[in-house]
Design a protein around this ligand. Sequence first.
Ligand code: NDP
Length: 452
Amino acid sequence: MTDDANYDYDLFVIGAGSGGVRASRVAASHGARVAVAEEFRVGGTCVIRGCVPKKLLVYGSHFAEELQDAANYGWTVENTKFDWPTLRDAVLRDVDRLNAAYTSTLETHKVERFLERAVVTGPHSVRLASGREITAKHILVSTGAWPVMPEFEGAEHCITSNEVFHLEKFPRRVVISGAGYIAMEFAGIFNALGSHVTVVNRSETILRSYDEALRDRLLQITMARGIQYRFNCPFEKVVKRDDGLLEVWLKGQIDPILADQVLIATGRRPKTDGLGLETAGVKLGQSGEILVDDHAQTSCPSISAVGDVTNRVQLTPVAIREGQAFADRVFGGKHVTIDYSCIPSAVFSQPPLAGVGPTEGQARNKYGSIKVYSSDFRPMKNIFGHRPERGLYKMIVDAATDRVLAIHMIGPEAPEILQAAAIAVKAGLTKADFDATVALHPSMAEELVLMK
Ligand code: NDP
């Protein structure tokens, strides 16, 4: 079959998440006949059970601190009470709104939707769960990733980030396995909302990929806020008692930790199981990720992949860029490649942490001679709120060229501030350029141009 008109579609996308929806809509706007299959809900992890609902829970939990601070500003706030079902249901309603918005985007662009599972049956063919066979000139796999559930006795009593947004009752005691993004974000949410939180990690660190000084600051602050940590403690088993409470037994510990909920946040694995990729000769890596070249193409030329399923950078804006670049290149005749350098990222912990560029250790290894500037300060908001917590900003500069290689920040609003600073880092500005910029006072962001 060589004539394009003989295919049912020019593009068939499997997975309507951030990358898949972007690729579908852009390909359609270039004139392609596009269809997309989604087995759960249009919008994908970010919208349905990730970034968006999580951020709303972070906002919701911030009121605990703000209501306390309010008294210092002269407000009388009496009988404050938190109601989990109200927050949960409001967040889920917003998820419905976004799900409808994404669906409508696909409709507007005349992308046909199949709300069922699709599997690959060959280089140009897929089969829907209903049994229908469909052909397409191009297939794009954008099925994302799925929480890893390590094997231990009683794992079935635990939840992952898929279930955490739907809890019937607010948990008084939460044990979280893992100390990465999801663990630290939900530790902050539950802690602020009043749960007793214990974070348990297999290693002796939190947020392995972030700069050490910031990780240490987050650890100190969150411990002072009441989060407990157990390091080098793999799970042994989780036992459900008759009264419904969970006993979390850790290797090498004598007593179990009691919990109402146990959240497993130990990474996310590319979702390729049972997708039929082998029928088209698509090669997978060790974690099941789809191996792609610089143009998102797999080992089968008619099949491409974008987003978390390729396990390159598991971040929504990267998946969106990859989806856009794929559609522009294949259907818009543009030669786009993605620059993966200087990708800013943030952890919406409390306080949040954000960074762009290499950590101090990575920069020393790569550049040899570097200069490190920092600002360790107590945000005005914390002084007035009688909180001893300090913010920390770090700037890493190439000693030979004065170019700013990286910025790392922890403190209120760090992600909001870092996004703007990342432009300067990406543009290759120097420390002298930062110094030449007049401070915007009073702000936390002004520390960026005052670092010593
Ligand atoms: P992370 O990779 O961030 O962290 C995984 C954690 O689990 C680490 O602490 C790791 O320990 C531990 N771990 C890994 N494997 C095992 C295992 N087999 N048994 C026990 N512990 C284990 O994963 P998350 O699940 O938190 O998040 C998944 C991805 O989602 C992130 O990598 C990120 O890309 C994305 N995400 C991004 C967010 C954002 O941008 N703000 C928010 C949420 C998710 P160790 O210390 O040894 O590494």
